[in-house]
Design a protein around this ligand. Sequence first.
Ligand code: ATP
Ligand code: MG
Ligand code: MG
Ligand code: MG
Length: 436
Amino acid sequence: MRLSSAFQPMLKEVPAEAQIASHRLMLRAGLIRQTSSGIYAWLPAGLRVLRNIERIVREEQNAIGAQEVLMPTLQSADLWRRSGRYDAYGPEMLRIKDRHEREMLYGPTNEEMITDLFGQAIKSYRELPQVLYHIQWKFRDELRPRFGVMRGREFLMKDAYSFDVTYEGAVASYRRMMLAYLRTFQRLGVRAVPMVADTGPIGGNLSHEFLVLAPTGESGVFYDAALEEQDWLAQDVDIADTASLEAFFNRVTGSYAATDEMHDEKAWSEVPEDRRREGRGIEVGHIFYFGTKYTEAMGISVSGSDSAPLFPQMGSYGIGVSRLVGAIIEASHDEAGLIWPDEVAPYRAAILNLKVGDAASDAICERLYAAAPDAFLYDDRSDRAGVKFNDADLLGHPWQMIVGPRGAKEGMVELKRRATGERLELSVEDALSRVL
Ligand code: ATP
Ligand code: MG
Ligand code: MG
Ligand code: MG
């Protein structure tokens, strides 16, 4: 993309309503604009980040055998009456009437709808397990929408749902999902620590929240530093083997980690002092086993091996896709602006032409740009060098390819790594092979 023609509005002034760095930077860098309270439009650069996150989430869901569907945002109230949640859900649910006075709602989550779809299609225990997911906008009329996309009212979520014949099967589904989550967050370039969460009336230990550590997080967190040191992409887990999944689960949950809601002082005191980490975190994912709660309430059964009806065991698994954009920024920025992890960056690199009109500079920049026009944001504006440096730092591209008349004459490009500030003088070819 050429910056001179890009829809890339940047703000000089920090908007007063934005209290935290990620919200300020998302507005300043032109990633989002608020259209009404807690509701945002995604501008091109922001949308590219959102799509990158979606892509990684999708790849990791597919890798554990989850199948993608797409359910609508609008749901009928009757569906929710079948589980008893229509009245129980409260004011976070946006309720709507259509022209025939039929009661509808904008989905805050999809347990009812997926259970109904499942029940219409699956009739026998032999067709289980099934794991279905979608990536769709949700609406929750949050009492206090704040921190930009972090707590929006309309937000993008990946939600998956598993259906198993037995409790043991459901546990295996849960553990596979835990692995997928840890891999997903690591690939996104953030540390998300899995912490025990409240299971309510369901009981057991099968609820975990994944928290990105950041001082602006809404939850207090306590965890063993061992959890930060793990390389989740290097885990040797056979997802088809229950024993292998169990060993993995025990490795993860063997180290203490809990939010303030679930904190246990006694267990905490047993963590060696030098490994105790305390701080704040942002909930970016949540996995939850809830057994036959919805299948029973909605009367959705399959025929079991003895052909008697059997209520499938379910779990649900959410990732806050749009919240993650904010969380990644909270974990990765500096005074000058955004610092995108490679995998989610809207562009791999900025090409900074320090002297538009200088024949040698223009020629080098065009050569760089032609190598990957979709991966580069080419700053071909006729602004001063200082403006270009500042804007590139603000936008946070992992690399900057800086081209000025002196270097250009020698066919050289200056490559800057945004995260470290490290600089290298390279030929066009070497610069490209570094960046792409
Ligand atoms: P929170 O505790 O922050 O209100 P939640 O526990 O109500 O979140 P879940 O029902 O577990 O949320 O939904 C799954 C994921 O969706 C959450 O882990 C979070 O990442 C994301 N999410 C929930 N509410 C919002 C929101 N208002 N804006 C953006 N993302 C959200
Ligand atoms: Mg909530
Ligand atoms: Mg929560
Ligand atoms: Mg939650």
